[in-house]
Every structure is written in structure tokens, then in C-alpha cells.
Design a protein around this ligand. Structure first.
Ligand code: DX5
Ligand code: ZN
Length: 224
């Protein structure tokens, strides 16, 4: 951890997949607070990305927290393989979980951090009963499936609503709000002001010629 209140989690989805080791090095040089790994199963979302074997290969090249976002139809099936591969935290979709409480307990049983998330079109009330049991709520600010999309402005109200809910329940110290999708250097301050603690950014970092510098530019917005 680097001490600032707002944490940066680069998503390697937009990195050069033939050179992921370099992407990890860029994150560590900056440094980044987390490395965000997007897992897609071609069923819950219309794309296929990385599996446990890739996570395992990457694990030996960095000690930074692996924040694994599983966009899969069967979260229970995939949790153990990603934990064994080196995930430090797993974030699952409420839409894919028949019983979200069981998924939370199962991730916890491995001693890992737990995140819950929902698509931009999903009613936010669906996650509220579970917030006291998780470490993080991820507000998706694009439809999951692809990097490089545009931030959905209505997400700001969803962040504010979750922040109000956490404040009311005295959970703000314990539960982080992460925002994922279309985050860039221009909208980062506004997203943080709405109540976010952790910003995920993929294209805005790995679409630039110097990703480590760009991560530092994100940090500089907040480290004043
Ligand atoms: C989208 C993923 C995101 C994505 C963010 O389904 O969950 O993590 O990589 O990428 P950008 O920052 O490019 O929108
Ligand atoms: Zn993600």
C-alpha cells in the first residue's frame, strides 16, 4: 500500500497479452496498489479472457495484491482454482450467485478478501443486504465484457447511494467502494468525490505508451 486514500488498480485486460510480465513490472514500478485481473467465461459475458493457469504464471512475478474479478456464471466452481493460482481477493457478480451469502462464506473459507459486484443495469438493492459481510463492493460503470468502453455517468449516483448506505450502517471504514469501467485521468477526481476508494483503470493505463507514468499521474491527482 502506498499511503494515499484513493487506491489505483490497473486492469491488465488492456495490456499486451503477449507481454503480461512487462505489464506487472509497470504496475510495480509506479507502484500500483492492486492488480486487477478480469476473468470472463464466455457465458456470463460474451468474451473469454484469462484462466487460473495464466494467474498462476503471473503470480511468481509480483507480490502485489491480485484482485480477481470473476465474470462467470458459476462462481462457486471457479473460486478454488483461482485461489490456488494466487488470487488475494475475489469479486463475484450477485447476478450469478443463487445464494450470495454462500459465495461470500466460501471465499472467506480460504482466508481471501471478498468483493461483491453488479452490472450497471442491476438494481443496487440486490447487494445491500450483503455489504456488511464483504470487504469491497465493486460498482461496474460499464457493461462487463470488454475494456475501453465509456464510463456510464449514472454510475456516479450509484456510488453515492452505496456510500450513503455504508455511512448509515457504519461500514465505511471496513468496506471499500471500487469502481470499474471507463475510468480515466479526466473523470477520476469526480468518481472519487462521489465516494469511491479504489479506481480500476485498464485502457486509460495500458493504452498509453508509458503505463507506469500514467499510474503515477492517477496517484498524483490524489496525493496532494
Ligand atoms: C470490464 C472489466 C474491466 C475493464 C476495465 O468487464 O471488468 O475491469 O478491464 O477497463 P477500462 O478501464 O478500459 O474500461
Ligand atoms: Zn474488472
Amino acid at each position: 500500500m502506498t499511503g494515499s486514500r484513493i487506491k489505483i488498480a490497473p486492469s491488465i485486460l488492456s495490456a499486451d497479452f503477449s507481454n503480461l510480465r512487462t505489464a506487472l513490472k509497470d504496475c510495480d514500478r509506479a507502484p500500483a496498489d492492486f492488480i486487477h485481473l478480469d476473468v470472463m467465461d464466455g457465458h456470463f459475458v460474451p468474451n473469454l479472457t484469462i484462466g487460473p493457469a495464466v494467474v498462476k504464471s503471473l503470480r511468481s512475478h509480483t507480490k502485489t495484491f491480485f484482485d480477481v474479478h470473476i465474470m462467470v456464471s458459476d462462481p462457486i466452481f471457479w473460486i478454488e482454482p483461482f485461489v490456488s493460482a494466487g488470487a488475494d481477493g475475489i469479486t463475484f457478480h450477485v447476478e450469478a450467485a443463487g445464494r450470495p451469502g454462500e459465495v461470500i462464506d466460501y471465499i472467506r473459507s480460504f482466508g481471501k478478501k471478498v468483493g461483491i459486484t453488479l452490472k450497471p443495469s442491476t438494481n443496487i438493492e440486490l447487494v445491500e443486504p450483503f455489504l456488511e459481510w464483504v470487504d469491497m463492493i465493486l460498482i461496474m460503470s460499464v457493461a462487463p465484457g470488454f475494456g475501453g468502453q465509456t464510463f456510464i455517468p449514472e454510475s456516479l449516483d450509484r456510488i453515492k447511494e452505496i456510500r450513503r448506505f455504508l455511512d448509515r450502517q457504519n461500514l465505511s471504514e471496513r468496506v471499500s467502494i471500487q469502481v470499474d469501467g471507463g475510468v480515466d485521468l479526466n473523470n477520476a477526481a469526480e468518481i472519487a468525490a462521489a465516494g469511491a476508494d479504489i479506481l480500476v483503470a485498464g485502457y486509460a493505463i495500458f493504452g498509453t505508451t508509458n503505463p507506469a507514468d500514467t499510474i503515477r499521474s492517477f496517484r498524483n491527482i490524489f496525493d496532494k
